[in-house]
Design a protein around this ligand. Structure first.
Ligand SMILES: Cc1ncc(COP(=O)(O)O)c(C=O)c1O
Length: 360
């Protein structure tokens, strides 16, 4: 792909934060972004330009009908000084799935990967190497056609921006969260947009999320529409650990986001490194198994938080449920250590998991 580079002169560039800075998650920006236009049935004008405002007409359909999607990927600086992106091909494929769900055009996986690689190469000085830090890559696509009327936009913009980031939660892995198991709010339904990283899914999670926070817990654990089975958290898949150390992830179905972290955990299990499987997790059985200590740990999987231990749950009627000892379990800790060692090059990665950023 012929990418046009319009880079800032050296003296107009911001410098990356010095090594050792305690980085927030998702706040800092690098100097450049990748942008590509879509019109007349094709993608064109791929370019790397200074990070800055995008001009849109007030009638741009993204503002009115929410035809927007995004992805989230991490790149890590290894001890050899090179930068490695973690499973970007998986995110690229999922982006095309989200695009299909939202009636948006796909972008060939190779094109998405080249765009990411070229942008990260330009910004390689911004990739941190402290523990729990990464260069967070945020591709996104949105409708730009200036027309009122609910239909797929004929014009779109695809961008990639970067954010050097620390752990998602302050305290990183050691931050134990509690979840509201909600029977009142639902994230997605069968036949809806739950399997896509559609911006609207996150807009509709804001109210349940602030309700959960008003009850003193961090996030919502959503149930199926009939309130019988556990689906996922607003920003991560859910897991629990059985007494024998098996990780159980709810079956993806068609209302749960296919988390690349969950998929990777299941692939690690297939090589015999850990025990993990998927099944429909019925709420009544889950509660009984936590109470009888058949279930000893729980948590969430996601790119941003990696493995996020859950200490307990509350329900809308005020009852509480503590998992294990309410803290961090040894299985969750071991998996977190194994997974982050692979991401950061301290342990060998399965074939194809790490994509080294070329020096163009
Ligand atoms: C709703 C939802 N579920 C699960 C995940 C975890 O997915 P992944 O592991 O691909 O980041 C995310 C984050 O991307 C999410 O937003």
């Amino acid at each position: 792909m012929r990418i046009e580079y319009k880079l800032l002169p050296g003296n107009e560039r911001k410098n990356p934060p010095p090594e050792g800075t305690d980085l927030p998650f998702g706040i800092l920006r690098t100097n450049h972004m990748f942008v590509m236009d879509y019109a007349d049935g094709e993608w064109f004008n791929p370019r790397i330009v200074p990070y800055g405002p995008i001009t849109l007409m007030p009638g741009a359909m993204c503002f009115h009908y929410g035809q927007c999607l995004f992805e989230g990927i991490k790149a890590f600086k290894h001890a050899d000084g090179e930068i490695y992106i973690f499973r970007p091909d998986q995110n690229a494929a999922r982006q095309n799935h989200s695009a299909e769900v939202l009636c948006m055009p796909s972008i060939p996986v190779e094109v998405q990967l080249e765009a990411m690689h070229r942008l990260v190469d330009v910004e390689r000085d911004w990739c941190p190497s402290e523990p729990e830090s990464s260069l967070y890559i945020r591709p996104f696509m949105f409708a730009t056609q200036d027309e009122l009327g609910v239909k797929p936009s004929k014009t779109l913009l695809y961008c990639i921006m970067l954010s050097p980031s620390g752990a998602y939660y302050k305290g990183g892995f050691n931050n134990v969260v509690r979840l509201l198991i909600s029977k009142k709010f639902h994230r997605a339904v069968s036949g809806g947009t739950g399997t896509a990283k559609a911006a609207g899914n996150y807009a509709s999670s804001l109210r349940p999320h602030s309700y959960a926070q008003s009850l003193g817990v961090e996030q919502v654990l959503y149930l199926s529409a009939d309130n019988t089975s556990i689906e996922e958290v607003g920003t991560m898949n859910h897991y629990h650990v059985l007494k024998d150390g098996t990780f159980v992830i709810p079956e993806f179905g068609d209302s749960i986001l296919r988390s690349i972290t969950s998929v990777s955990v299941l692939e690690l299990a297939a090589t015999g490194k850990i025990k993990a499987r998927q099944e429909v997790v019925y709420l009544d059985k889950f509660i009984a198994d936590v109470q009888s200590r058949e279930i000893i740990e729980a948590g969430g999987f996601g790119t941003a938080c990696v493995v996020s231990p859950v200490g307990g749950y509350i329900f809308e009627d005020g009852t509480e449920l503590v998992v294990g000892n309410g803290g961090i379990g040894e299985h969750s800790r071991k998996l977190y250590e194994m997974y982050t060692a692979i991401q950061t090059g301290k342990a060998p990665a399965p074939d194809g998991w790490l994509s080294r950023v070329a020096r163009y």
